[in-house]
Design a protein around this ligand. Structure first.
Ligand code: ATP
Ligand code: MG
Length: 425
C-alpha cells in the first residue's frame, strides 16, 4: 500500500516553523489592536454563493480556483478562497455594521486550486483587515499606514514597495470597460487566448496578462485614470495627499486592476522583487458596493489581505529564523519526584521559561547528548550529591569560556533570570 500523503499544494507547518508563525501572529495582532481592529473568526466553509456573488463569476478565483462541492444535502458549498466575502456575510448576519467605523481583522487558511509552485499553495494563509462604514480617504490612508507599520515591525520595509491606483466608481468602470473593448476588438488576433476569452467578460483583467504581445498592446490602451468621475478623482487625490503627508512612498500604477470584481476606487499592492514570480505579498482595496451586493444595507468598505507564506519567505530570505529552543535542559540522576518538582517550581518562578527534561532518564552521558541536541542554552544538573547539598550544577551549553558552577537550589531562579535575556516581560 502506498503511504498516505498530504494533498498536493497543502503543507504541514512543522514544529521548527511554528515559532516564526506564532511570532508573526503576535506581531500583527498587536499592530491590529493598536489601530482598534477587532478579530473575527468565521467558518472555513460557506455557501458557494457567498463567493460567486461577491468575487464575480468571470474571475480566476471563481472560474478556475475555487473548491466548490455539493454536500450530502445537495447544498453547494465552498472552501473559502479569501476572507472578505465571508467577513461581509458575517457582519451583515450578526448586525455588526450598526457600529460606525467597524474595524475587523482575521487570519487563517484559504483554499484555491492553483498550480502549486514557489509562493503558491492550494492551502495558504492570509492575514486580512476590513473597515466598514467609512467612505473617507482617511480610512484608505490609515489602512495603508497600518500595513507600512507592519513592514517596519517585521524589518521588511526595504524589501517591499507600494503601488496604488483608482478603479473609479461603478459607472466610471462601465464606461471605461466599453472604451477598452472598443480599443481591443480590432486587435483581437494579437491577444493571448486567455485575454481573448476575457475581452467580453472581464476586459480589465487583460492588464494582468503576462504575454509580451498582449502587454505591448495594453501599453497603448486608454487609461482608466482618464475615465474617472470627479468624485472618484477627488477621493484618489486626497488619498495620495494623505500618504504624502504621512511620508509613505508609493507609485501610481495605472495598470493595477486587481483580480476580484468587488473593488472600486482605491486599490493597492505591496510588491517584492525578492520572491521571484510570486511577488505580491499584500493586496487590497475599497469595496463600497460589496455589502449591498451581499444583501446588506449599502455600507462602504475597504480592506486588504496579506499572504502569510510569502511574508514568511521574505523573513527567511532576510535570514530571520525564530526556532523555539528550550532555555534550560534538566539533567537528572535523582528520583522523578524531585526533578519534576524542581522543573515545576522553575516554571512557576520564571514566567515564559522553556524547560525540557530528560524524562527518559539514562546515564549522564546519554542525557547530555539529548541536552546538546535540544539546543538549550543551559543544563541544570541534579545528582545525588547535589540533592544532598540542596544545590544544583548550572552548566552553560553554548559559548566557550563559561564555567559550570554549583548553586544553591533556592538561588537558581534568580540566577537564570540574570542569564536569560529573551524572557518575556
Ligand atoms: P496572485 O496574483 O499572486 O495570484 P491574487 O491577486 O490572486 O495573487 P489576492 O486574492 O489578492 O491574491 O490575495 C492576497 C494575497 O494572498 C496575495 O497577495 C498573496 O500574497 C496571497 N496569495 C494569494 N493566492 C495565494 C496562493 N495560492 N498561495 C499563497 N499565497 C497566496
Ligand atoms: Mg491568484
Amino acid at each position: 500500500m502506498n503511504n498516505i500523503r498530504s494533498v498536493r499544494g497543502m503543507h504541514d507547518i512543522l514544529p521548527e516553523e511554528t515559532p516564526l508563525w506564532q511570532w508573526l501572529e503576535r506581531s500583527l495582532g498587536d499592530i491590529f489592536a493598536s489601530y482598534d481592529f477587532h478579530e473575527i473568526r468565521i467558518p472555513l466553509v460557506e455557501q458557494a454563493e457567498v463567493f460567486t456573488r461577491a468575487i464575480g463569476q468571470a474571475t480566476d478565483v471563481v472560474e478556475k480556483e475555487m473548491y466548490a462541492f455539493e454536500d450530502r444535502n445537495g447544498d453547494m458549498l465552498s472552501l473559502r478562497p479569501e476572507g472578505t466575502a465571508g467577513v461581509v456575510r458575517a457582519a451583515i448576519q450578526n448586525s455588526l455594521l450598526q457600529t460606525p467605523g467597524l474595524k475587523l481583522w482575521y487570519q487563517g487558511p484559504m483554499f484555491r486550486h492553483e498550480r502549486p509552485q514557489k509562493g503558491r499553495q492550494r492551502q495558504f494563509h492570509q492575514f486580512g483587515a476590513e473597515v466598514f462604514g467609512l467612505a473617507e480617504a482617511a480610512a484608505d490612508a490609515e489602512l495603508i499606514a497600518m500595513v507600512e507599520r507592519i513592514w517596519r515591525k517585521l524589518g521588511l520595509k526595504q524589501m517591499v514597495r507600494l503601488e496604488i491606483n483608482s478603479l473609479g466608481d461603478r459607472d466610471d468602470r462601465q464606461r471605461y470597460r466599453q472604451q477598452l473593448i472598443d480599443f481591443l476588438r480590432p486587435h483581437f488576433e494579437r491577444l493571448d487566448p486567455d485575454s481573448q476569452r476575457r475581452l467580453d467578460s472581464n476586459p480589465l483583467r487583460i492588464f494582468d496578462s503576462k504575454h509580451p504581445e498582449t502587454q505591448a498592446l495594453m501599453a497603448d490602451a486608454p487609461r482608466l485614470s482618464d475615465a474617472l468621475g470627479a468624485e472618484a478623482r477627488a477621493h484618489f487625490d486626497q488619498v495620495c495627499r494623505l500618504l504624502d503627508a504621512l511620508g509613505i512612498a508609493y507609485q501610481v500604477n495605472p495598470g493595477l486592476v486587481r483580480g476580484l470584481d468587488y473593488y472600486c476606487r482605491t486599490v493597492f499592492e505591496w510588491i517584492t522583487e525578492d520572491l521571484g514570480a510570486q511577488g505580491t505579498v499584500c493586496a487590497g482595496g475599497r469595496y463600497d458596493d460589496l455589502v449591498a451586493i451581499q444583501g446588506g444595507r449599502a455600507t462602504p468598505g475597504i480592506g486588504f489581505a496579506m499572504g502569510a507564506e510569502r511574508v514568511l519567505a521574505l523573513l527567511q530570505a532576510k535570514g530571520l529564523e525564530q526556532a523555539q529552543i528550550p532555555h534550560v535542559y534538566l539533567v537528572s540522576q535523582v528520583d522523578g519526584s524531585v526533578s519534576l518538582a524542581l522543573a515545576e517550581r522553575l516554571r512557576d518562578e520564571i514566567p515564559g521559561l522553556r524547560i525540557a527534561s530528560s524524562l527518559a532518564g539514562g546515564s549522564f552521558k546519554a542525557q547530555f547528548k539529548r541536552a546538546d541536541r535540544s539546543g538549550a542554552g543551559f543544563a541544570v544538573i541534579l545528582g545525588e550529591d547535589e540533592l544532598a547539598a540542596d544545590a544544583v550544577q548550572l552548566k552553560p551549553l553554548r559559548g566557550e569560556a563559561a564555567q559550570q558552577q554549583t548553586i544553591a537550589t533556592e538561588l537558581l531562579a534568580a540566577r537564570l533570570r540574570e542569564l536569560l535575556s529573551d524572557l518575556p516581560g
